[in-house]
Design a protein around this ligand. Structure first.
Ligand code: SAH
Length: 459
């Protein structure tokens, strides 16, 4: 860290701006915005600057005596010699000084700011790249609505009261997080502070009204962290506990709040670390402890994810929850492998099925799957690949139909193995693809040669 970021109170303090042009006017404006009184010194001072309220103009060359009673200095003349003189005089008196566009002469730098007063965000690259700093600021500008000004002021108004009523600091943090992220905040953001205040008072009347634990059932997508939704990310950063299994890639688990507890409930085929019922109970118990529980699931929670069962238990126990959809393996993997799931020439429909074996057989509606002009996507199908290919052929699909196995799609380990219904079982035997794998059957697989764009490093 090359600089210490601080927020300085300059209310009613005298600050000096050396320079009388446009740049000086902008800097004076920033100082005035923070409540300072501004003394401007320059042989010529443009009218727009001189006429600003709370500005004292001294039409003269800068001299050290102008620093009398001054708390902060900004040099904004277009003469480097003058700027240097201002800088040296200020530093000799231990007055913080900034020289516009001249880091060497500065004892402090002015950050780019995002002003949602009383909420303030300051950005700096320590002079390394002001453009990058401004770009970042622009990005955050769109993410932090103007209404946050009101919200921060509202929170400030009730800070003391909440502190008195909710003595426990951990509970208080949860109170504020719920308040700033929930229905009360929505009211403030739309300008209905009256209702917001009533709701807040109700929450404070009874500690039990302070939000109990809740569960977020979140789809984490097929592997690439870039495929998370904004909502998933927001909840990941809010959760106290993360419950995840081996379908969720490590980089995604890492993106959860740093100090969140992480609980692995991994399930491998035939090697169940934790039974589904135990997971359901775990979620209930954690929520009852008042925690915000993030149940992270690979892909989409409602597609072969048993997400329905998990929230059924929560609903039965009266625990609040929300479900966040994710990109399911079929769509993530298909895109990254260059295999559109539907296509005018090849497939007008697409079926998602699970090839999970029950008693060594696959219970599927083979007639429906073997129809022409259709794509079939098989989840959890690798172990039944032989049966799958044989049954499809038996039910009328040409044995030359293309079929692909995609290993660990959308990740750096993605690998695509293609063949026909006749040849793929033998190829897979040799190639030994690693879980998780997804199987895609149908004419759309031919498009891959033209459309593949994702070429992972380690294939
Ligand atoms: N809810 C998940 C599916 C869970 S079932 C979803 O919507 O994607 C688990 C199966 O999903 C795996 O056996 C595999 O067939 C498939 N799968 C999940 N992620 C995958 C990935 N990155 N690459 C290939 N297949 C994947």
């Amino acid at each position: 860290m090359d600089f210490l970021p601080i927020f300085l109170n300059i209310k009613d303090k005298r600050c000096l701006v050396a320079g009388g042009g446009e740049v000086a006017r902008r800097k004076a404006g920033v100082l005035l915005g923070a409540g300072a009184r501004v003394r401007v010194v320059a042989p010529q001072i443009n009218a727009a600057l001189a006429e600003l309220p709370r500005v004292e103009s001294i039409v003269a060359r800068f001299e050290a005596q102008h620093l009398e009673g001054v708390t902060l200095v900004i040099a904004a003349t277009n003469d480097r010699a003058v700027n240097r003189q201002v800088s040296e005089s200020a530093r000799a008196r231990n007055i913080p000084v900034n020289v516009v566009d001249d880091p060497e002469l500065c004892s402090f730098i002015l950050p780019a700011i995002l002003d949602r007063s009383p909420l303030m965000v300051a950005f700096s690259s320590g002079g390394a790249s002001p453009v990058l700093t401004r770009m970042l600021r622009g990005k955050l500008e769109t993410m932090i609505p103007q209404g946050y000004s009101r919200l921060a002021a509202f929170a400030e108004r009730f800070r003391e009261l909440v502190k008195q009523r909710v003595a426990n600091p951990a509970k208080r943090r949860i109170f504020w997080e719920n308040m700033l992220d929930g229905a009360v905040a929505e009211k403030v953001l739309v300008g209905d502070e009256g209702s917001a205040e009533t709701m807040l008072q109700q929450m404070l009347e009874n500690e039990d009204n302070i939000q109990r634990g809740e569960v977020y059932l979140v789809g984490a997508g097929p592997g690439d962290p870039d495929l998370l939704t904004f909502r998933a990310l927001r909840l990941m950063q809010k959760a106290d506990v993360v419950v995840y299994d081996n379908l969720v890639s490590a980089p995604i688990v890492e993106m959860a709040r740093r100090d969140a507890q992480r609980i692995f409930v991994g399930k491998k085929r035939a090697d169940h670390t934790m039974r589904q019922e135990e997971i359901n109970e775990l979620l209930v118990r954690l929520a009852r402890e008042g925690k915000r529980v993030l149940r992270l699931k690979g892909g989409d929670p409602f597609i072969f994810g048993r997400g329905g069962e998990e929230i059924e238990t929560l609903a039965a126990q009266g625990i609040p929850f929300q479900v966040v959809p994710g990109i399911t393996a079929a769509s993530g993997v298909a895109s990254y492998a260059g295999i559109p799931l539907t296509h005018r020439d090849h497939a007008q429909s697409c079926m998602f099925v699970t090839g999970h074996l029950k008693d060594g057989t696959m219970n599927l509606d083979w007639d429906a799957l073997a129809r022409p002009k259709q794509t079939v996507v098989v989840y959890m199908g690798l172990h039944g690949l032989d049966i799958l290919c044989a049954e499809l052929i038996k039910h009328g699909m040409p044995d030359s139909t293309l079929i692909a196995i995609v290993q660990q799609g959308t990740t750096q380990n993605q690998r695509v193995i293609t063949g026909t219904l006749a040849t793929l079982p033998g190829i897979a035997e040799r190639e030994q693809p690693q879980a998780p794998t997804l199987i895609i059957v149908g004419g759309v697989v031919t498009l891959r040669e033209k459309l593949a764009w994702f070429h992972p490093q380690k294939s």
